[in-house]
Write a protein that binds this ligand. Structure first.
Ligand code: SIN
Length: 304
């Protein structure tokens, strides 16, 4: 059997294809539609300490090759997440990664502290990168010292893998990557959305209630590849790639620049089975080429 399992910190994932936070709800929405055994990890919609309603509509707009969103991290809050969402999540054969955010550094610590002993949670993704909230959000990964300090505080609360999700909306993503590695992160995930905007020329109004939002989908894949390539050269912890991944070909590009795993995001809105299909295609590809995933990771050939 050709090997496609990966490890992040102490946790093994049966395959390297995950579904990205905010594109797959809390998974129960996809019950009966997808084969969860083929999804390496479900990364949940962000969980915060208190419930949040999210931003006012309109909060989604489709662009030429992607999607603008300004959702604003709506969620039920950590208590109801444990009571209402975890009972289904823990029945799945996928790994469960809980995406966590906060308005303050203390919020991240408090949410992880609440969740750490909850059965069924395998890892945490620290969302330092949402461009759609007034407080917190992107500010946590726009400053290396803050990113390192928050990560170090959360590190004290859990032995589970911590994956820090970074924004591309910074001058140097590798400075931030190195800082969170120093703070004790086990892996990075990148990239979250790029700040973008669209205008309705008929009404002369912005398409989103918050004026700007986050751009995702195929439009951002070349940028994501460049950022993931940069990060993989800058840190020694694994990098999980996100950004416009629609099919096996896209995933292979990210493995070749050095990513250990990929998250499928916007594609889930068009085809909920996309991640599972990529896993099956990856298995076939590795079998046909007689390769293990490790032969692909970082196999980019650069002349000179
Ligand atoms: C949102 O809820 O606004 C999107 C999530 C994110 O960008 O982290």
């Amino acid at each position: 059997m050709n090997e496609i399992a990966i490890r992040i910190g102490s946790v093994e994932f049966a395959n390297p294809i995950m579904v990205a936070s905010g594109t797959f709800g809390y998974a129960e929405e996809f019950d009966g539609l997808v084969d969860f055994r083929e999804i390496g990890a479900v990364v949940t919609k962000t969980v915060t300490l208190e419930p949040r309603p999210g931003n006012a509509p309109p909060r989604i707009y489709e662009t030429a090759a992607g999607m603008l969103n300004s959702i604003g991290l709506p969620n039920v809050g950590v208590k109801d997440f444990i009571d209402q969402k975890m009972p289904f999540l823990r029945t799945l054969q996928s790994r469960i990664v809980v995406n966590v955010a906060g308005v303050t550094a203390k919020d991240y610590v408090a949410v992880v502290a609440c969740l750490d002993s909850v059965p069924g949670i395998d890892a945490f993704e620290l969302n330092y990168s949402c461009p759609n909230v007034k407080q917190g959000g992107m500010s946590f990964s726009s400053n290396a010292q803050i990113a390192e300090a928050v990560t170090a505080s959360v590190r004290k609360e859990t032995k589970k893998p911590l994956i820090a999700k970074l924004t591309p909306n910074v001058t140097s993503i590798s400075d931030i990557g190195r800082a969170v590695e120093q703070g004790g992160a086990d892996a990075l995930s990148a990239i979250n959305t790029l700040v973008g905007m669209a205008v309705d020329v008929r009404t002369r109004k912005p398409r989103l209630s918050t004026i700007t939002g986050g751009l995702s989908g195929p439009a951002i894949k070349p940028i994501a590849l460049a950022k993931v390539y940069e990060l993989c050269k800058s840190v020694s912890i694994p990098v999980v790639a996100i950004g416009g991944i629609m099919n096996l070909h896209d995933a292979l590009e990210f493995f070749m620049v050095g990513a250990i795993a990929v998250q499928v995001g916007t594609a889930n809105f068009m085809n909920p089975g996309c991640a599972a299909e990529i896993t099956r295609d990856l298995r076939c590809y590795c079998q046909q080429q007689d390769l293990n995933l490790s032969d692909l990771i970082g196999s980019l050939e650069v002349d000179g």
